[in-house]
Design a protein around this ligand. Structure first.
Ligand code: 5MM
Length: 343
């Protein structure tokens, strides 16, 4: 029997599991490799992704889905097994980033619009044939003097809604990711500002999704948390971040949405885990809430690997540790003790 969109989305929101964002575009992965002194060759990118997807415990117990980049969804492991197959064999859902990146928004200095709608229907059909059952599109919203503008919020929300409708038309669950940045240069906003902007962005987003006829039961929201900017002079406690984030989501996200999977956005590994756990501890939320982390799941693994074959096992252990900690957080069960004991 064919899985419905809601079935796929529910699989991605399996209790105690979350999503691995391994969809770094060529320039982003090159930056990550540069930090460990490694050239970004096709084989190096394959070897790195292969080591993640072959981390059996992490993949089968903590990861429900993996977001891939175009190159990766077509790549084979060193022994010839398609990488998509490794993911599916571990019981996780393969997914694909389909946006073409955030570009300058015309006549709106300092703001961005995500491109990639032209030809998307055809690309989605190809990706479905390659095994993708969900997709991801990321919009970027910047807080600043007079920013974000309504123009930027509306333009990105409209593009995300068109993307989501095209996904559903083609049997693919859309992950809708409107990221309110916290780690850009000059991000000095406080928690209240982040919360207010995030609420405004999410409310606009759901108006557009509903207008486009998108079925929310087959849709996953990937939001940023309500959190002070990285240069904010006013810090917030982990409990304050969790409380503000849960409040904003309750105010803006319809209960029909299949689930919420946060991005980490530049938080430290442990912060991202602690915040997620505290949000889940608040309880009584109408949707399952988990992670869809890129940096906060991979940073330790990439460092441990260092591009050397003899470090594959330590890199897998580092990835497994973070995946397990975030799996606990998805159930509201992470603790500083668990972090130390397991490390
Ligand atoms: C893995 O990073 C993703 C791809 O980014 P680029 O297109 O810039 O290379 C990114 O979209 C990611 O999926 C989300 O932002 C979440 O990642 P973080 O690192 O914020 O958890």
């Amino acid at each position: 029997m064919t899985e419905t969109l809601a079935d796929i989305a529910n699989r991605m929101m399996a209790p105690g599991k979350g999503i691995l964002a391994a969809d770094e575009s060529s320039s982003t992965i090159a930056k990550r490799f540069q930090a460990i002194g490694l050239d970004s060759t096709e084989d190096a990118r394959r070897d790195y992704r292969e080591l993640l997807f072959r981390a059996r415990e992490a993949m089968s117990e903590c990861i429900s889905g993996v977001i891939l980049f175009d190159e990766t969804i077509r790549q084979k492991a060193a022994d010839g097994t398609p990488l998509v197959q490794l993911i599916a064999d571990a019981g996780a859902v393969p997914g694909i980033k389909v946006d073409k990146g955030a570009k300058a928004l015309a006549l709106s200095p300092g703001e961005k619009i995500t491109e990639g709608l032209d030809g998307l229907r055809e690309r989605l059909r190809d990706y479905h044939a390659l095994g993708a059952r969900f997709a991801k599109w990321r919009a970027v919203i910047t807080i600043g003097d007079g920013l974000p503008t309504d123009n930027c919020i509306q333009a990105n929300a409209g593009a995300l809604a068109r993307y989501a409708a095209l996904c559903q038309e083609n049997g693919i669950v859309p992950i809708v990711e409107p990221e309110v940045l916290m780690d850009n240069e000059g991000a000095a906003h406080d928690l209240a500002t982040s919360a207010a902007v995030t609420e405004r962005v999410l409310k606009a987003q759901f108006e557009h999704l509903v207008l486009a006829g998108v079925d929310l039961r087959g849709t996953i929201l990937k939001p940023s948390m309500a959190i002070p900017g990285r240069e904010s002079p006013v810090p917030a406690s982990a409990a304050e971040v969790a409380e503000a984030t849960a409040r904003v989501l309750r105010a803006a996200v319809p209960a029909d949405v299949a689930g919420i999977a946060f991005l980490s956005g530049g938080q430290s590994d442990e912060q991202a885990t602690e915040h997620l756990s505290l949000i889940n501890q608040i309880g009584d939320l109408p949707w399952p809430v988990t992670f869809s982390y890129g940096r906060a799941l991979q940073a330790a693994a990439i460092k441990a690997w260092g591009g050397r074959p003899e470090n594959v096992e330590s890199a897998q252990a580092a990835f497994t540790h973070r995946a397990r900690m975030n799996g606990l957080a998805a159930a509201g069960k992470w603790s500083a003790e668990a972090e130390k004991t397991a490390a």
